[in-house]
Design a protein around this ligand. Structure first.
Ligand code: 13P
Ligand code: SF4
Length: 328
């Protein structure tokens, strides 16, 4: 590859993976860079095992947002998808927030384009807008309050039962919340491509094979899958359940990256990933998996790609985030 083309790649995406000396121990290099630069690495449970192992904090969306808020590091490297890194920036406008791969997006966030959502909001001026954190900063700026899968029930129940609410962008989480909170929220028609493709038939086959196993399900799944669950919760809540429960086997109905922490915390328990409705044995998020240890190393070394936003957007998106933090 000629140098001009290589330079174009570096300018566009901020790194060129083949530049890494293969003799480097990336775990050690990353630890050294963190100390040198007073940086912290926050990772979501859906990241690859080696990224989780090199990170300072691993969590679900709510705990990651809280950790980002408390951080005193000069640099926050967010090993997760774009909306998560954006959230860290909204909460820490003066700090440098880096993400290993800027292209690590989210199908759920993409299912809610700001221009369409703004019109939808205007069509329902009497409604309060509760928005799941899996959305862009522009959508956050159009919302009244943000929620995550950990605190969504609490946030919805903080409004009177007859209060008109729009819930966006996840129709599956919204439908589940409507049932458990006895609400009739108006739902935006978005969904997560990972949680939407679990197979009811294959989970039932697994239940026959492992009759003593508990089926644990993330609420981004469709209603037909949620109905099979023994326990429903955010990634943190699913992990806690596997630690505290006396049950020894779990059929895990969420992105399979979390099984790494489940095994670490309960090495003698068995975790069976629920398969999607395709030829794969387990369900991975292609966006989360764009991040690699190599990209993490390069982004910390080069301090690039960085999350940037206008001050106006940062200020508008912070208001519903602060409201979530107050309410939860
Ligand atoms: P939580 O980790 O907050 O449960 O969210 C899951 C998810 O899909 C993140 O993209
Ligand atoms: Fe988005 Fe779904 Fe991937 Fe989470 S698992 S980042 S909601 S596409």
């Amino acid at each position: 590859m000629n140098n001009k083309f290589k330079q174009q790649i570096i300018e566009k995406v901020g790194f060129f993976e083949q530049d890494i000396d293969p003799s480097l121990d990336l775990f050690e290099e990353i630890q050294d860079l963190k100390k040198q630069k007073n940086a912290v690495i926050l990772a979501h449970f859906y990241q690859d095992a080696d990224i989780q192992d090199v990170s300072d904090f691993i969590g679900d969306s709510l705990s990651l947002a809280r950790e980002a808020l408390q951080s005193s590091a000069d640099i926050i490297v967010f090993a997760g998808v774009h909306f998560m890194a954006e959230t860290a920036k909204i909460l820490n406008p003066t700090r440098k927030v880096l993400v290993p791969d800027l292209k690590a997006g989210c199908s759920l966030s993409d299912s809610c384009p700001p221009a369409l959502f703004e019109r939808f909001r205007k069509d329902h001026p009497d409604h309060t807008v509760i928005t799941y954190i899996n959305c862009s900063a522009q959508i956050k700026a159009l919302s009244d309050v943000i929620c995550t899968s950990s605190n969504a029930k609490k946030i919805v129940e903080s409004f009177p039962e007859d209060h008109p609410i729009i819930f966006a962008p996840d129709k599956n989480l919204g439908a589940y919340l409507n049932v458990i909170t006895n609400r009739k929220m108006l739902l935006w028609n978005g969904a997560c491509m990972v949680h939407e493709i679990f197979s009811q038939r294959k989970i039932n086959l697994l239940r026959e094979k492992y009759p003593k196993a508990a089926v644990i399900v993330h609420p981004e799944c469709e209603t037909t899958i949620i109905e099979l669950a023994d326990f429903i919760g955010s990634t943190n809540q699913l992990l806690d359940y596997t630690v505290k429960s006396n049950i020894q086997q779990f059929i895990v109905v969420t992105e399979s990256g979390i099984i790494h922490q489940m095994k670490k915390k309960s090495p003698y328990k068995e975790f069976i990933p629920a398969p999607p409705d395709n030829a794969c044995a387990c369900n991975n998020c292609p966006h989360m998996k764009l991040n690699t240890l190599e990209k993490l190393y390069l982004c910390l070394k080069n301090e690039n790609p960085e999350i940037t936003m206008s001050n106006d957007l940062l200020e508008k998106a912070l208001i519903p985030m602060q409201r979530m933090i107050e309410l939860s």
